[in-house]
Design a protein around this ligand. Sequence first.
Ligand code: URA
Length: 210
Amino acid sequence: MTQHLTIVDHPLVQHKLTIMRNKNTSTAGFRRLLREISLLLAYEVTRELEMTTTTIETPLQTMQAPTLEGKKLALISILRAGNGLMDGILEMIPGARVGFVGMYRDPETLQPVQYYCKVPNELDARMTIVVDPMLATGNSSVAAIDLLKKQGARNLRFLCLLASPEGVARMLEAHPDVPIVTASVDERLDDHGYIVPGLGDAGDRMFGTK
Ligand code: URA
């Protein structure tokens, strides 16, 4: 059975992540590194895609060759920072179906409120990978996965760049069936819900806003 948490400790991932964490890294550099790192994380998160075989002719002979089975996977970006992770993955898996879930935090209740949802059909027949660079409190990730399960998704994965111990625990409690793949589990959350040491606000850093 798949383990619940996979930390991708590959040297290239860790090296790129260190540059991304550095506050002096430019917006352009941050975006380029996020795209590069997402290719490496995509490799890990898709490890359990189902395979079958197909008959092909090589220049030398006929062979039964491995190929992906089943419906195209679904990639779901949690807006807006999820889009930065998604772009790289789509280069690796151009046939993936793509969905978006938009959430904001209600300032009174601090709970996530959905403002947008458009997802591929037949989620019950697809591996569904939810992407958001930062698993912080876990509230929006848990809510997005609740929503996707209501739409039929059953074979889910959650992909992030950084996670907090609190976010991992919250996901494990709410969705123990959804494996998490990340490049690092950092020390903690601060009082504002930022991951420490982290890399700051991922959306601001990738889009150059503040
Ligand atoms: N979202 C971010 O972009 N950064 C954090 O540290 C936490 C949530």
